[in-house]
Ligand binder design. Structure first.
Ligand code: MN
Length: 360
């Protein structure tokens, strides 16, 4: 790749970073991009966003000049393609250059549209790595601080959970996000102090490895109480679960409490130690379905005998075989939704992996 800061006719003077607000991967990607901007002496600004909010971010970019626009850990789908591309076209006509680094699924049309932008756009999509690993490899492959952060992002993005600081950072981001949503605060602003420390000094800037705690005492306390509260909520939600065996697979539905992520709930119910309710021991479900307060459905699996994405496709959604999301819509009665979801799942066998197909 030619240096992103050089274009034929103009000199890039600043960098605008757009990254995923949802998790540690997007957050760490933003920290890596920030370090890159610093290393090149570029003025830097950043916005964290999510799918469905591109319309609030990209049109602004259309007014930029001589700016390197770096998008990380976000895919471009059909829904927002036209808005995003028309803004980027205006930007590149004014001397901007686009670098887009991601690991999600992209429709062909989106790939072609980004690659057809002026000023030699860089587009790297690789499903083997998380977003932060790609940012590290492409932008600052010799930076030790970025190397460590990319490892941490990998641990949380692939839900490996072997690195304590990775889980802690994920929880710190979740609690800040839930608090910002609650108060109507701007999330990028709420996360800026943490992001700045991370970009400046890497993980050691925010996390004390020997004390196994955040350096920010208040943040550390907030993470502790968030975890206690979350555990209580998850236990309560699980106690009110609804089970049904469909096509020989145990399907379990749980109503998501506020302030808990689907990934956390999915990890909680996959661990048999959490499945004792009173003197009853629940089996791990094959397919696990969460219903969020807004009527969104999450799909996770306890065994590799079901396809989460195929189940989610029955509810206007999709994703991976091991994790997917769909939509139910507004609801009042949890049990009525369960009956409805169970009935839809009974009518299709697409989501069931039958014997002999399991390795496929
Ligand atoms: Mn990611």
């Amino acid at each position: 790749m030619t240096e992103p800061t050089e274009t034929r006719s103009t000199k890039i003077t600043s960098l605008y970073s757009v990254s995923h607000e949802k998790d540690a991967d997007g957050f760490i990607s933003a920290a890596i991009v920030w370090r890159y901007a610093k290393s090149k002496g570029l003025r830097h600004s950043v916005v964290l966003t999510d799918y469905g909010s591109f319309e609030a971010v990209f049109p602004k970019v259309g007014g930029f000049r001589n700016t390197l626009i770096v998008v990380t850990d976000l895919g471009l789908d059909e829904n927002s393609l036209d808005t995003v591309i028309s803004s980027l076209k205006r930007a590149t006509a004014q001397g901007c250059r686009v670098v887009w680094l991601d690991h999600h699924e992209w429709p062909d049309r989106a790939v072609k549209s980004v690659l057809s932008l002026a000023n030699s756009p860089v587009l790297r999509i690789n499903h083997e790595y998380c977003g932060a690993e790609i940012a590290f490899k492409v932008l600052l492959p010799r930076d030790e601080v970025c190397a460590e952060m990319a490892k941490i992002a990998h641990d949380t993005d692939f839900n490996i959970r072997e690195i304590e600081s990775a889980s802690a950072l994920t929880d710190a981001l979740s609690l800040t996000r839930f608090a910002a949503l609650d108060k109507g605060d701007d999330l990028t602003a709420a996360l800026m102090p943490l992001l700045r420390s991370l970009a400046e000094s890497g993980m050691t800037g925010v996390w004390d490895e020997s004390g196994r705690r955040f350096r920010d005492v208040l943040l550390n306390q907030r993470v502790d109480s968030y975890r206690k509260e979350r555990l209580k909520k998850m236990r309560k939600a699980l106690a009110a679960h609804s089970d049904l065996e469909i096509h020989g697979r145990l399907v379990r539905m749980v109503e998501m409490p506020n302030g808990v992520t689907t990934t956390d709930m999915g990890t909680f119910v996959a661990d048999t130690r959490n499945l004792t309710i009173g003197d009853q021991q629940l089996p791990v479900a094959d397919l696990f379905v969460t219903l969020s307060p807004g009527g969104m459905l999450g799909f996770r699996r306890g065994r590799e005998n079901v396809l989460c994405n195929a189940a989610a496709a029955l509810f206007k959604g999709g994703g991976h075989a091991y994790a997917a999301g769909g939509e139910y819509g507004p609801y009042h009665d949890f049990q009525a939704v369960c009956d409805d979801v169970f009935s839809t799942l009974s009518k299709s066998k697409e989501w069931v992996i039958t014997l002999g197909q399991e390795s496929a």
